[in-house]
Design a protein around this ligand. Structure first.
Ligand SMILES: [Mn+2]
Length: 450
């Protein structure tokens, strides 16, 4: 069965992974089908800490949802044989099942070779010869029929594909060769099925449900090739387009975890302690312990219920997560800047804003010069017009905004303050989504009009 990936944004944070795991379970409770909770990139230490503490397995890391060979495979299983089968049995099997190509596998389902009906015909013709010695034919025929498949299967010059290969390359290779079928294997050479040119016309996109984002720039690679079934989010409406109408739940609350938790509660679905703890973690980190201006009464209400269900003391647990993740001394500058970086697009301008939440702004300030230098390098490499790093002090309730890049002067206009040493201090600013991104978009909009 083809899975539906429930997946959050690139540079996964606690909220998007909590929402993906909880929404996957919600979908499985309410629908038939296979749902997989996924992360659009490697997990950071904070996420590992939370998942580990609550005893969750890490979600599958999916770096692209572009169409691959795997998506050409049909649901039905391919008849396969092992190398010990004799040609007599194989002939019977092929006739009975009307097979033209039969893969040969070992006992671990690994692919060994292939036999086609053409190969079989050649073996008979070669062995029976030109018919001059017709009296010897029964003996020869018996010998052929006794032959084991392993000794005659084709093992060389086969064209086989790995399941993750991109479709374009496969299409080229299929059109340049004339085989009827092509075996597909995984990275360990396990046989997955046969594909043919016909399957190219019938390819099925990967199916995804997006949580905690709805902008193309933040979505997993290959999203333009995938079929988006649903979006559950709490950010500005971005630029993703869908072919058909979809279920799009967007609400200005503090976290996507809030929305998923609400679904469970409204539908009176049982929630494990563990899951309640995970959703609470997503809610607490995204709202910065309810201090972010994105926090709503609904977040407070749902958090109270999750606290009860999980048995965790919300604020203590939240502080523990932040204390863990603000041990920023252990990260390189690049890691620190990129772990929660989000890219945005306005017209043709690409910019990025990342955020570090800390309870210890001083240790951050010590590294400032190096961090700015690294930000400048990142801007060049990624062709960002500018980038900002919000170092948000949760206790002081303010953000030091570091800026770099050619157009960093826009930050002065946006926040009405002078940039001194690549830095602006923004008292009371805690939310990227609510207090920083809209202001930057507004300045860019004016800039485009000039
Ligand atoms: Mn979120």
């Amino acid at each position: 069965m083809k899975p539906v990936y429930v997946i959050g944004h690139k540079n996964p944070d606690v909220d998007c992974v909590a929402a993906a795991i909880a929404y996957r379970t919600y979908k499985e409770l309410n629908n038939q089908g296979l749902y997989i909770a996924a992360a659009a990139g490697e997990l950071n230490d904070e996420l590992r800490y939370v998942l580990d503490y609550l005893n969750f397995a890490e979600p599958l890391v999916v770096k692209s949802v572009g169409t691959t060979v795997e998506d050409l495979l049909e649901e039905k299983e391919t008849v396969n044989i092992n190398g010990d089968m004799r040609l007599l049995e194989l002939s019977n099997l092929m006739r009975r099942e009307k097979l033209k190509t039969v893969p040969v596998l070992d006992e671990n389902q690994r692919f060994l070779g292939l036999l086609t009906i053409g190969d079989m015909a050649m073996i008979f013709m070669d062995n029976l010869g030109d018919g001059q010695e017709i009296e010897k034919s029964p003996e020869r025929l018996r010998r052929i029929l006794e032959t084991k498949v392993a000794s005659i299967m084709k093992t060389r010059d086969l064209m086989l594909f790995e399941k993750d290969e991109a479709l374009e390359e496969v299409r080229k290779q299929m059109l340049a060769t004339r085989f009827r079928n092509y075996p597909v294997v995984d990275g360990q050479n396990h046989f997955l099925g046969l594909i043919s040119r016909y399957n190219l016309l019938d390819m099925k996109r990967k199916k995804v449900i997006l949580v905690d984002h709805n902008e193309k720039k933040q979505a997993v690679d290959g999203i333009e090739e995938a079929e988006i079934l649903e979006i559950v989010d709490h950010h500005r409406v971005g630029d993703l387009q869908t072919i058909s109408p979809i279920y799009f739940h967007n609400e200005p609350v503090g976290s996507t975890s809030t929305l998923v938790a609400e679904l469970y509660l409204n539908n009176r679905l049982a929630m494990s302690r563990q899951l309640a703890g995970l959703l609470l973690s997503g809610l607490l980190t995204d709202t910065m312990l309810f201090k972010s201006p994105t926090t709503t009464a609904k977040d407070q209400r749902i958090a109270a219920t999750l606290q009860e269900l999980s048995g965790l003391a919300a604020l203590d647990w939240g502080k523990k997560i932040f204390e863990f993740s603000s041990r920023i001394d252990q990260q390189s500058d690049e890691e620190l800047i990129c772990q929660d970086l989000k890219e945005y697009l306005s017209g043709s301008t690409i910019f990025a804003v990342s955020q570090v939440e800390t309870v210890d702004l001083a240790s951050f300030t010590r590294r400032k010069a190096n961090i700015v230098k690294t930000m400048q390098e990142i801007c060049q490499r990624q062709a960002y017009a500018f980038m900002c790093l919000m170092a948000t002090d949760i206790l002081e309730e303010g953000t030091e905004l570091l800026v770099a890049g050619e157009k960093s002067f826009l930050a002065e206009q946006a926040f009405g303050q002078n940039i001194i040493n690549n830095s602006i201090f923004l008292q009371g600013v805690m939310s990227r989504k609510k207090q920083v991104i809209p202001v930057i978009y507004e300045v860019l909009r004016k800039e485009h009009m000039i």
